[in-house]
Design a protein around this ligand. Sequence first.
Ligand code: FEO
Length: 205
Amino acid sequence: MRDNFLCVGIHLETPNVIAFSNFLIHPPHVTLIIMKISTKMKKALNDQVALEAAASNSYLAMASWCEVTGYQGSANYFYAQSDEERTHMLKVVHYLNDMAATATIPSIKAPTSSYKSLEALIKTALKNEQIVTKAIHKMVEIAQKEKDHSTYAFLEWFVNEQVQEETKFETILQKFDLIGRDKLAINEIDKILAADTTASDDATA
Ligand code: FEO
């Protein structure tokens, strides 16, 4: 009978390790789950989950704006980008859970849904990526300071990914200077983004 069980909670804390266990006595057994990262790193990673989720949502809103504005190539590009950000978010969620740190799934603020131009939209995307890069670098510094080799290795992929993401948007922004900002030029840039989406799809197929 459930009433015969005695519930006991243990909370142990060391500078880098928190152990928490709820276990039942009768029959006697203990489940001890040790968190493998620090509380500080757990918070930083959970903040990253929120950042990646916000990026996914923001790119979804950008894709939708492009679609209704008639920039179909850019819409496809940002729909794919939104999916990519969701996979980044999931990577962090799985990592936190693997480290017995339990991911927190955040609520997301509504993103900006309208833009002055395609160029303004790409500038916002680049700014978002720069914010993400800063957050990743901050986590790398925490991992180095705490000698958290697992998280350091995990973050390596994100560091490289951010270099690519920023370069991608910087290159698109250069196109406005090179090709122009009139309707024909924007149509050309939209085609470039469409080709970029197809190339990425082929690479991941
Ligand atoms: Fe996952 Fe583009 O930040």
